[in-house]
Design a protein around this ligand. Structure first.
Ligand code: ZN
Length: 126
C-alpha cells in the first residue's frame, strides 16, 4: 500500500521534472535560434565568432537537458515495468539515497562509475 503511494509520488516528481526540462529545452533552443538568426545581421568576423559561441553554448545546454529528459523518460518506463530502482547493469538495488538525489539513475554507483570510465577512456590495448 505504501509502496504504491511511493511510486505515485515518484512518478509525479519525475513528470514534473520532465515538464520543467521541456520548458528549458524549448527556451534554450529558442535562444539558439535567435542567435543563429542574429548571424545574418553580423557584419565583421569578430562579432560572428561571439554569436557562434553563444549559439554553441545554448545548443550544448539544450543537449544536456535533452539527455536528462531521455533519462527521465527511461526512468518512467522502468517505473511502469516495475524494474525501477534496480541497477540495469548488475541488477542490484540502487541505494535509496542515490535515487533520492538522482531519481533518473539507471545504475548503481559502481556500475555508473565503470560506465563513465569506459566511455571516457578509449581502450588503447586489448
Ligand atoms: Zn550495478
Amino acid at each position: 500500500m505504501s509502496a504504491l503511494s511511493d511510486t505515485d509520488a515518484l512518478r509525479q516528481r519525475i513528470e514534473a521534472r520532465l515538464e520543467a526540462l521541456r520548458d528549458e529545452i524549448d527556451a534554450k533552443l529558442g535562444d539558439a535560434v535567435d542567435v543563429t538568426q542574429a548571424l545574418e545581421h553580423v557584419g565583421d568576423n569578430g562579432d560572428q565568432s561571439v554569436v557562434d559561441d553563444a549559439a554553441t553554448a545554448d545548443f550544448a545546454d539544450a543537449r544536456r537537458d535533452l539527455d536528462e529528459y531521455h533519462a527521465g523518460r527511461a526512468a518512467l518506463k522502468r517505473l511502469d515495468a516495475g524494474t525501477y530502482g534496480a541497477c540495469e547493469t548488475c541488477g542490484e538495488d540502487i541505494p535509496r539515497e542515490r535515487l533520492a538525489a538522482s531519481p533518473f539513475a539507471a545504475r548503481c554507483i559502481a556500475c555508473q562509475t565503470r560506465a563513465e570510465h569506459d566511455s571516457g577512456m578509449r581502450p588503447t590495448s586489448m
